[in-house]
Write a new protein. Structure first.
Length: 256
């Protein structure tokens, strides 16, 4: 199953639909787009959660869901496709992650956490690769729900529908569904992305809550030296030099 999913991801990202090849080539300027595989392609449980979520959204004609998140080792505006279902939507999701749409500039402008857009009616279509790809798959409408993170980052859930939504009540129903499923999705994504051990996550969480290593040791029934050992391991895995940066990156991957 995983081999099949990986193959479908590579085909989706590397091959745009035939009817949009010329447009996409012009927008890309011949550039090759390299993307990490979404984590649900290596997780039966997460892919099952996304499949069940999509099935529940069927009454609203939603045909694809994608989750974008910050690249913990990238720049301020860098995003990654954390998961996408079905795999055929991977190319549009990858192009969306690479764009600046709904990204850091959007958040800095105090834009709403929820956005609803008719893809075909936007005046940005001619310069937007992800919109061209979404339309090629038959998607007409996008609904976005943001879950803010520290330091201006965010997790973003996108839902794609092949029809225009009738009114705000339909969009609201999709947002409600996302709010309900998000804790489960986030936890599953974090389990797949994080190399942190349970004790390392616990130490970071206690530090996030303002506890010193000595206070954390009391909570964990261990020595202060053990807490510092776990924190040092966490910093090494997260490729940072201090505890604050480790806490921040752990938040960005959903580990705490």
């Amino acid at each position: 199953m995983f081999v099949e999913l990986r193959g479908r991801w590579r085909r989706a990202v590397n091959a745009a639909p035939a009817e949009t090849n010329d447009i996409v080539s012009a927008l890309e300027g011949g550039k090759e787009h390299e993307m990490d595989e979404p984590v649900n392609f290596d997780s039966v449980s997460l892919d099952g959660i996304l499949s069940d979520w999509l099935a529940a959204l069927g009454e609203h004609s939603v045909e694809a869901v994608a989750v974008l998140g910050p690249d913990p080792f990238g720049g301020y505006e860098d995003r990654k496709v954390l998961c996408v279902h079905p795999p055929i939507a991977a190319d549009a999701a990858a192009a969306l992650a690479e764009s600046h749409d709904f990204g850091a500039p959007w958040r800095e402008s105090d834009a709403p956490l929820v956005a609803w857009q008719h893809i075909a009616k936007t005046n940005q279509l001619s310069s937007s690769r992800w919109r061209v790809l979404a339309l090629a798959h038959g998607y007409q409408t996008l609904v976005r729900v943001e879950f803010p993170l520290p330091a201006g980052r965010a997790f973003e859930c996108f839902m794609f529908s092949p029809r225009e939504l009738a009114d705000r009540s339909e969009a609201a129903a999709l947002v409600w569904s996302t709010m309900n499923i998000w804790p489960v999705v986030k936890r599953s994504i974090a389990q797949e992305r994080s190399a942190l051990s349970p004790r390392e996550r616990q130490c970071l969480m206690l530090a996030f809550n303002g506890l010193t290593a000595r206070e954390s040791a009391v909570q964990m029934s261990c020595t202060e030296r053990t807490v510092n050992y776990h924190l040092a391991n966490a910093m090494s895995k997260l490729k940072v030099e201090n505890k604050l940066a480790a806490i921040q990156r752990a938040c960005w991957i959903g580990a705490i």
